[in-house]
Write a protein that binds this ligand. Structure first.
Ligand SMILES: NC(=O)c1ccc[n+]([C@@H]2O[C@H](COP(=O)([O-])OP(=O)(O)OC[C@H]3O[C@@H](n4cnc5c(N)ncnc54)[C@H](O)[C@@H]3O)[C@@H](O)[C@H]2O)c1
Ligand SMILES: O=C(O)[C@H](O)COP(=O)(O)O
Length: 599
């Protein structure tokens, strides 16, 4: 197939090639089209996250202290409201005026926050790694993207882990307090050596592996437990991956580096403390919730755990009277893992870039609740994103009554192998096109599948391999809606579904099939579809009705079964014709049915 998706490639014989190739696929009528306006090659816009109302500068609420470099980046693009220490109620009040919110670990972004935003909040940026303070399910349900800054504080957290490990082993904090209290207790604060001891790193991700690397430099024997870590990464650092039980049973020191999830919540509990070596020492710079804190106090009192060094707590700040914090064998810091000057500047820039990108409609590489589409895939799919949404919009508007859509089949015609095309983005845009014209829901890549499921909309996808250039991801997209009546009977295909099909020509989406009729109209402005008896003068008649009302016709195309038999005329218009003009079109004797569709 010769049609090109490339915005730069113009092929004079494009239309004919497309049509002949389509004709050869199905025994359907020939078609001709009349382009009444020179087409500019529009840069395909990729708007997934931002609503159309974002012509004005968006507002970003920064709810916790962020590095200056990040704030400067944000200010170039948005109004920035730095309001720290907001109460939950104040946050809920402010959020309805904000398009994006940036937080660290100290702000709970609860379901109430999303509910209070009234749909305006489009992005939550977590300036750091852990997203356990953000209600991800609520974010997704509200179509709000959550992005984080997962890399900039890794080294800082690892360094803090090592700082706590060494400080704990040598009683630095306790000895410091003792000297400052006027004492000189050299025998009391005899420490333990690290060299030759076994350190179990629990969670061998970014921070865990950096801790392992540094601990090896201190002469420790490092083992790690992580059900999802690749063995080659562990091998490269010289770390042995072991089971959870082996790790906790053999370690002299345990350092925690896993995320807080339902599976890791209170993973160090009475049962597991009982399996540890007597005198084990524990470091936690991950999340307080991975330890059952009451069980840890019991293990400390029983001498199972000799010492603990904790940067994070189940409740932050922990209650003043916390037995754990006050325990003489426990060293604590106030969640300082990420708090170096360098890390905070890095995190601020990382999150500002992600939030600005998301507000511009780009897909963030650090999206937490949306599929990550690699940049190169995104670039080549861009022209098809608009096509996908518009086909969805057209198809649903052809349904009689506009609702009751339950079963949708999408077919992607491509010369590429099935596993060489990521269709998640296209499916999301078709879903957006199908749902938005008949509801008040804002659909984007984040909430598309959720919203479809919630509405009982089943979208199946099929890949058809056809001849074409593998350079191009797609030759055509077809959308079919089953088990519905159509307000434009000609849109029903021979197999009984509403069917629309389109492709991208010179970067512009085109409608190329309605039901069993081939047409060729660019998907810009709005479209009038008429079924008529094929006869001379029809284009002129309809064109002059529209012209009398100063409605600009951009494109016309007629697809017919055979000369002088039935034909479908597709007319692209820049303005919406009045009801009266539409009625006059319907009254043209040869016109059997017509429909006006907004794109
Ligand atoms: N104290 C701080 O200021 C600070 C700073 C940065 C990160 N953190 C925390 O450190 C933790 C790790 O951060 P990261 O950037 O390395 O994240 P990461 O995602 O790179 O690594 C987490 C690792 O934990 C593993 N994991 C998941 N479930 C596990 C389980 N049940 N048992 C063992 N391993 C499991 C994952 O496979 C992954 O490899 C997070 O909880 C993060 O919030 C704290
Ligand atoms: O998950 C993280 O990135 C760390 O816990 C840092 O949290 P903070 O941004 O609140 O310091």
């Amino acid at each position: 197939m010769a049609a090109s998706a490339s915005p730069t490639l113009r092929t004079p014989s494009l239309r004919n090639s497309v049509l002949s190739s389509l004709s050869s696929k199905l025994p359907v009528p020939s078609a001709f089209s009349l382009n009444l306006r020179p087409r500019s090659v529009a840069a395909p816009r990729f708007v997934v996250l931002v609503s159309a109302s974002l012509n004005a500068k968006p507002t970003v609420l920064v709810a916790e202290k962020l590095g200056e470099a990040g704030l400067d980046l944000l200010k170039e693009f948005a109004n920035v409201d730095c309001s720290y220490n907001l109460s939950p109620e104040e946050l809920c009040t402010k959020i309805s005026l904000c398009d994006a919110l940036i937080v660290r670990s100290g702000t709970k972004v609860s379901r109430e926050v999303f509910e209070s935003s009234g749909g305006r909040l489009k992005v939550v940026g977590r300036a750091g790694v852990g997203i356990d303070n953000v209600d991800l399910a609520a974010a997704t349900e509200h179509g709000c993207l959550v992005v984080n800054a997962p890399t900039a504080n890794t080294v800082a957290a690892a360094e803090h882990g090592i700082a706590l490990l060494t400080a704990m082993a040598r009683n630095v904090a306790q000895a410091d307090a003792s000297v400052k209290a006027g004492k000189w207790q050299r025998n009391k604060y005899v420490g333990v050596s690290l060299v030759g001891k076994t350190l179990a790193v629990m969670g061998f991700g970014k921070v865990g592996s950096e801790v392992a690397r540094r601990a090896k430099g201190l002469g420790m024997h490092v083992i790690a437990h992580d059900p999802y870590a690749p063995a080659d990464r562990a091998r490269a650092i010289g770390v042995e991956l072991v089971s959870f039980d082996e790790a906790i049973a053999t370690a002299d020191f345990i350092s925690l580096h896993m995320p807080l999830t339902p599976a890791t919540s209170k993973i160090l509990n009475d049962e597991n403390f009982a399996k540890m070596k007597k005198g084990v020492r524990i470091v936690n710079v991950a999340r307080g919730g991975v330890i059952d804190e009451e069980a840890l106090v019991r293990a400390l009192d029983a001498g199972i755990v000799a010492q603990a060094a904790l940067d994070v707590f189940t409740e932050e700040p922990p209650p003043k009277e916390s037995k754990l914090v006050q325990h003489e064998n426990v060293t604590v810091t106030p969640h300082l893992g990420a708090s170096t000057m360098e890390a905070q500047e890095g995190v601020a820039v990382e999150i500002a870039e992600a939030v600005v990108g998301a507000l511009k409609g780009e897909l963030a590489a650090t999206a937490v609740n949306a599929p990550m589409v690699p940049a190169e895939v995104l670039t080549e799919l861009k022209p098809f994103v608009e096509l996908a949404e518009k086909l969805g919009r057209l198809a649903v508007q052809l349904v009689a009554g506009g609702s009751g859509v339950k079963t949708v089949k999408v077919t992607y015609g491509s010369s590429r192998a099935p596993d060489d095309l990521d269709t998640r983005l296209l499916r999301a845009m078709i879903t957006k096109g199908l749902i938005e014209p008949i509801s008040s829901v804002f659909v984007n890549l984040v909430n598309a599948d959720f919203t479809a499921k919630q509405r009982g909309l089943r979208i199946t996808e099929e890949r058809v391999i056809i001849d074409g250039s593998p350079e191009k991801p797609l030759e055509y997209i077809q959308v079919q809606i089953a088990n519905v009546e159509s307000k434009f009977a000609s849109a029903i295909s021979d197999s009984g579904e509403i069917k629309v099909e389109g492709l991208v020509k010179d970067g512009i989406p085109h409608l190329t099939k309605v039901g069993s009729f081939e047409v060729d109209v660019s998907l810009e402005g709005s479209i009038i579809l008429c079924r008529q008896v094929d006869q001379p003068g029809m284009i002129g008649k309809v064109g002059s009705i529209l012209g009398e009302e100063n409605v600009n016709v951009s494109f016309m195309s007629v697809g017919r079964i055979a000369p002088r038999k039935q034909a479908v005329m597709a007319i692209g218009v820049d303005e919406q014709p009045s009801k009266e003009s539409l009625k006059r079109i319907g009254d043209v004797p040869a016109i059997e049915e017509f429909v006006f569709l907004k794109l």
